[in-house]
Design a protein. Structure first.
Length: 244
């Protein structure tokens, strides 16, 4: 039986939901993030606030939170000519991929996460990649994750389990799932407390905008990440969630 997990926790909506999933499921949960000189570097600040608020508002989960790791991946920013690592406009490339795609990013993240998990004796690696409601990144696909699980397990001679709880759900379903998870630990608020925590404290905007507050959270409101988050939140509300 698996009892421990390492969650790739960027500080965004998806990874925060995956973190709560892991805290509900496993006895010991550690977190990891990567500083690759991303334009939305503010997400690395947001994640500490999210961790603090989980501990404060949800003691059951907070008691399971263990060590947090942040790795310096400046080299990834140095070799990436993308709109996430350079001050350039968002656009589609001739390849059909958006220029927000950072080649090799998730592959490198998972490799380093596995190295940390190996050293820390953590059995499961949880990541928020998804190929249902996403930007078309090839390193978010289910086939990629399955191949990485095999390669990492063989290469480190340790049987890792890579979990992708969001792989087959869209952003509206992600909001709804957070509401359901929150309700398990706060019957009085019926999940609203966790939704509010995600709205207020997580960060998803590619431009790193923490000045403009919307019903779905902070962000510029126009970048691809904001559009996905906004549309998912509005669909979630339309499907019957009682939000304020």
């Amino acid at each position: 039986m698996h009892t421990s997990a390492l969650v790739l926790f960027s500080g965004g909506q998806d990874s925060a939901t995956c973190l709560v999933y892991a805290l509900e499921r496993y006895a010991r949960v550690e977190t990891i993030a990567f500083d690759y000189r991303q334009r939305h570097h503010v997400e690395l600040d947001a994640r500490h606030v999210v961790l603090r608020e989980i501990r404060n508002q949800f003691p059951y989960w907070g008691n399971k939170l263990a060590e947090d790791h942040v790795l310096d991946l400046a080299v990834l920013g140095a070799v990436s000519e993308t709109s996430l690592t350079r001050d350039t406009a968002f656009k589609m490339e001739a390849s059909g991929l958006p220029n927000t795609f950072v080649p090799g990013r998730n592959l490198l993240f998972l490799t380093l996460a596995a190295a940390v998990a190996y050293r820390r004796d953590l059995q499961v690696i949880v990541t928020g990649v998804c190929e249902t409601d996403y930007s078309g990144y090839p390193d978010c696909r289910d086939d990629t994750i399955k191949a990485m699980q095999l390669a990492l397990s063989l290469g480190m001679d340790k049987r890792f389990l890579l979990e992708t709880p969001l792989m087959w759900i869209d952003k509206a379903a992600t909001w709804a799932w957070a509401h359901t998870l929150g309700a398990r630990r706060d019957a009085l608020c019926g999940g609203q407390k966790l939704v509010d925590l995600i709205v207020e404290h997580t960060h998803t905007c590619y431009l790193g905008d923490r000045q403009h507050r919307h019903p779905w959270g902070y962000g510029c409101g126009t970048c691809p990440a904001c559009e996905l988050r906004k549309n998912g939140f509005e669909k979630f509300k339309a499907e019957g969630a009682s939000l304020s």
